[in-house]
Write a protein that binds this ligand. Structure first.
Ligand code: E4P
Ligand code: PEP
Length: 356
């Protein structure tokens, strides 16, 4: 349920509604838009609640409608509430401090498109520094790189752990880029927060609810990848976990889903980009590397994702993909990445946007 307050309503009136909700066993989540303040009402299915407490009912709507500065009360038909457009009609813009840009802040979800690039995996200092320098020179402003790596096989490379995080932080200092890196367990969230600017939740963990709760309590933006077998609704419900813990800085990432098609590693669902924009206020970026699994398809799918309206890209780049410890087949060379950037910029310009 959402409560729409009257334009220019007083702070006291907002506070009054929030206090009423709390007394009745609900949580009120505030969304201050350009025109209106909206309060999302989240019930609580808690076995310790007395019967009826915390349950959204028509009587609750009627009680809220009686508040003098409430304009209207509406049921949100979707199972996700805080992630829905109804709750937050304006686009959410996630701000990330980035030293290499003028003004020192990158806004993901605003008019500009944001390039995040780097190696799939941090392998060693030389590989990371070479890649970071090249992608920065070509125009990327956020450095990607895995220190804690998911691996289908237990014998595959699983990342350098904290050593990898330290190298990412070093590259970040050297090139002024922000860092996005994956966190795989709730216990690692504080550690990864020390080094990362954006916490990445990988496809395999999109429905790891304890992890979603934990990053929801963290004070860092979260890049939430789509589960490889997740519907858009399941994905937005995963985002809802993070939002409902109080973290509003959620960035969605379309990275392809499993289908019967075997010629690509995943089927990149480009229609998810404009569809998510309709359903949700959250920014959405695209990962054409995981989305295709094929270096030759990364550039065309990058251009297509920009044309479809994505707010950013996450692209794997390696100085020598032939010897990459992970995902070499889908990693661009530094030269290929540099060639791609002006083409992506041209598509962005064609739809009235540009890259940061
Ligand atoms: C992402 O970078 C993953 O770690 C990687 O794609 C996993 O690949 P795998 O499933 O072959 O181990
Ligand atoms: C990654 O980007 O490093 C990664 C592991 O991707 P995904 O979770 O999409 O497979």
């Amino acid at each position: 349920m959402i409560v729409v307050m009257k334009p220019n309503c007083s702070e006291a009136a907002i506070e009054h509604v929030l206090r009423f909700l709390e007394q009745e066993g609900f949580t009120g989540h505030l969304s201050r838009g350009v025109e209106r303040t909206v309060i999302g009402v989240i019930g609580s299915v808690n076995v310790q609640n007395p019967p009826g407490k915390g349950m959204i009912t028509p009587a609750l709507g009627e009680a809220l409608e009686a508040f003098p500065e409430v304009e209207g009360v509406f049921r949100v038909s979707k199972p996700y509430k805080l992630a829905s457009r109804e709750f937050h009609p304006d686009d959410t813009v996630v701000e990330v401090p980035v030293a290499c840009v003028a003004g020192g802040t990158v806004r993901i979800g605003g008019p500009a498109v944001v390039m995040m690039a780097g190696p799939c995996t941090v392998e060693n200092e030389k590989q990371l520094m070479t890649t970071a320098e090249a992608v920065r020179k070509a125009g990327a402003v956020i450095l990607r790189g895995g220190a804690f790596k998911p691996s289908t096989s237990p014998y595959g490379f699983r990342g350098l752990g904290e050593e990898g995080l330290k190298l990412l932080a070093k590259a970040s200092r050297e090139f002024g880029m922000a860092v996005v890196t994956e966190v795989m367990t709730p216990a690692d969230v504080p550690l990864v927060c020390e080094y990362a600017d954006i916490l990445q939740i990988g496809t395999r963990n999109m429905q790891n609810y304890m992890l979603l709760d934990e990053v929801g309590r963290a004070q860092k933006p979260v890049l939430l990848k789509r589960g490889m077998a997740a519907t858009i609704e399941e994905w937005l419900l995963a985002a809802e976990y993070i939002l409902s813990q109080g973290n509003r800085a959620v960035i969605l990432c379309e990275r392809g889903i499993r289908t019967f098609e075997k010629s690509t590693r995943n089927t990149m669902d480009l229609s998810a980009i404009p569809l998510v924009k309709q359903l949700s206020h959250l920014p959405i970026v695209a990962d054409p590397s995981q989305g295709t699994g094929r270096r030759d398809l990364v550039a065309p799918m990058t251009l297509a994702a920009v044309a479809a309206g994505c707010d950013g890209l996450l692209i794997e780049v390696h100085p020598n993909p032939e010897v990459a410890l992970k995902d070499g087949a889908q990693s661009l060379t530094t030269e290929q990445f540099a060639e791609l950037m002006p083409r992506a910029e041209a598509v962005a310009q064609a739809i009235g946007r540009s890259f940061v």
